[in-house]
Design a protein around this ligand. Sequence first.
Ligand code: HAM
Length: 427
Amino acid sequence: MIERPRGTRDFDPAATAKHRHVEGVLRATAASFGFREIMVPTVENLELFTAKSGPGVVEELYAFKDKGGRDVALRPEFTASVIRFYLSELRSLPKPLKLFCVGNAFRYEEPQKGRYREFFQFNAEILGASSLEADAELLALSLTALRQVGLKETEARVGHIGMLRSFLKEAGDRQAAILHALDKKDFEKLKAELAAAGLSHHEETLRTVVGLKGGLEVLDEAGTLLGGEAKPVVDYLTRLRDRLALYGLADAVTFDLGVVRGLDYYTGMVFEIDSPNLGAEKQVGGGGGYTLAELLGGEPVASTGFAIGMDRVILAAEAEEVSMAPPVLDVYVIPVGAPSRAAAMEIVLELRTAGFRVDTDLIGRGPSKNLDFANAVGARLAVILGEKELAGGKVSLKDMGTGEQVELERGNLATGIKERLPPRPTP
Ligand code: HAM
């Protein structure tokens, strides 16, 4: 038996249905916020990701040479591709440009629950709007999308990487390594990196600042600890909260000045959303304001974005017992005896054209086996075509839930089905 590669998964019909359900809800929410979908390649030139994704991502890249000897990599995320696409072809579109994409991404990580080598992201970006309103809109989209899925127990933590970057501006090239140590809360590494940068005297302040978490009061504390340079950020985050209040979401976020993010391109507001039900890999999404266009050789463009990890959203939804109902077959059509087969196909086509989800027997089962099958696949109604009834212009309709069976005029079948079909669980 050939096994699938480690960290990848197969999705059976039930798992795929959950996936598509969540994807549908996220897509619909993004569309309701005026975002438009784009698609970008799964494989990109390696240098797109080595430019500024940070060592975490670079070490985890699925990179290889193609047959032409070019260094390429499977995408570990979407943001770099979106910016590349923007710089080469989308710059003339009206701004702000609100874009989203959905698909698989690859990171060569140590697999565990909620952490895979192939995983699925829903990614949204606003380009060309350097404004607090854009940051708020983006945060609001991520929070609303998760609420629309049905998650109630997620926690959004908002910080600002600009605060730490300006405090650490003397660290020069070592700033990224210091921020990584803070992101991983690796205080041994932090100590070493600060020492190497000659900034050991900042250790205590940094450790205190990244431990600040709560309401508006923690912003004041950070202002006191970091001095006047932190003031613009304190003002920004305070006004961001006011803006979120207009969406009814002011209470949906906690300030957390320890949000550093694993990717190197962030420069502004940063946020992470956790589900408390997921154990070690609890982060269901994250993002913030970033600078990437210049690093890819283009004109600067104000950028803010986030990605939601759909696999983790599904795990969180399962933990919260949120329904992600698999699609159900509306009608299963059962011909009884060979002469009914043509009439069965006529009914199948008629109902499919009317928009129902319809299946019929393909392997010549008898009526009771067919009813068992309809039951097993979750059909909501069965149409039974006995020869005698058909000759009299009648058909039987069975409700698979209640077991109730009625005889209808053949001409009234579609109406009868419409009347009996409880609304299909919608995303
Ligand atoms: P990220 O935090 O690296 O951000 O990934 C976003 C989400 O993808 C994570 O919160 C997590 O739910 C999910 N995720 C990441 N790695 C894995 C994995 N190995 N297995 C399962 N899920 C995973 C970004 O990717 C940025 N591009 C977000 C962004 C967009 N920032 C600005 N624009």
